[in-house]
Write a protein that binds this ligand. Structure first.
Ligand SMILES: Nc1ncnc2c1ncn2[C@@H]1O[C@H](COP(=O)(O)OP(=O)(O)O)[C@@H](O)[C@H]1O
Ligand SMILES: [Mg+2]
Length: 264
């Protein structure tokens, strides 16, 4: 049964898609069967994994109008790990989700009880085919993010320096708490410092403060490496030994317990 991991932050440009890309490719490279679900209508993760669809069928899949086989696509690229990696791609049509959910209210209620549970319901039908499901989410606290939190075992929250405070994360934490109390009591989260500038003393101090209240992992520095990783479609584990991005991610995966399965 797959472990479901959502990458979430209601702010944009904090490195969500980057974490989802590095994690899903790393896990696939280590021999895990991985399903990536792109719930951001910008579809950056789908594109980086070699999947471009004109029109996503995610809303129809959630409602139950189409089967999982109709939305799952193989990822595409020249490395071996792609064969372990499937994608449920997004497109700008994902913006229709809210509308479709309203129009299909009766159907949704019959199927899942509440719309928040739809993704969990659909994942339960296909989860045994995968070791991991990695979900990328849009930069807002909408249906997509809430459904993903309800369906997940674990949430990774990339966070930038300006939000290294409980205030900066307040909105997301409130939502998180509500979901934990109502739908998903075992939901766990880690804060991942993202695009860290290690020369700034103040950032370090605020991070240490944050780590007193929350689970904070080792951070990922702000690196040219990382931008290249996306533009060249080359995950950091394929970069050379000197790559700082590779070092940072190895530390991160180690701290999150993903490293044990590393076989190279
Ligand atoms: N550690 C990093 N160092 C440098 N650039 C990064 C890093 N992480 C992400 N980026 C870049 O920052 C931008 C925003 O990242 P992205 O993952 O798309 O954020 P989000 O999905 O939260 O909107 C992208 O251009 C990405 O390539
Ligand atoms: Mg993104």
């Amino acid at each position: 049964m797959a472990t479901v991991i959502t990458v979430a932050n209601n702010k944009g440009g904090v490195g969500k898609t980057m974490q989802a890309y590095q994690l899903s490719t790393f896990l696939a490279h280590n021999g895990n069967k991985v399903l990536v679900i792109d719930l951001d209508s910008q579809a950056n993760l789908s594109t980086t994994l070699g999947v471009d669809v004109r029109r996503t069928l995610v809303p129809e899949w959630l409602i139950g109008d189409v089967d999982a086989e109709d939305v799952i696509c193989p990822s595409e690229g020249k490395h071996d790990f792609y064969k372990n990696l499937d994608v449920i791609p997004s497109s700008r049509h994902l913006a229709n989700l809210a509308k479709l959910l309203i129009l299909s209210e009766a159907e949704v209620r019959k199927n899942a009880g509440r719309k928040e549970r739809l993704l969990r319901l659909r994942l339960n039908e296909i989860k045994d085919k995968y070791d991991y499901v990695i979900i990328d989410t849009p930069p807002m606290l909408g249906d997509e993010l809430i459904m993903a939190l309800v369906a997940s075992d674990r949430v990774l929250i990339p966070t930038q320096a300006q939000d290294y405070s409980i205030d900066g994360l307040e909105e997301l934490m409130d939502t998180f708490e509500i979901i934990k109390e109502s739908e998903n009591p075992n939901l766990d989260f880690n804060i991942i410092p993202s695009m860290v500038n290690s020369r700034r003393k103040l950032e370090q101090v605020r991070l240490e403060e944050l780590a007193q209240s929350f689970n904070v992992t080792p951070g990922i520095r702000n690196l040219v490496d990382m931008q290249e990783s996306i533009s060249l479609r080359k995950p950091v584990f394929l970069m050379n030994r000197k790559s700082k991005g590779k070092k940072d991610y190895n530390k991160l995966w180690d701290s999150l317990g993903f490293m044990q399965q590393h076989q190279e």
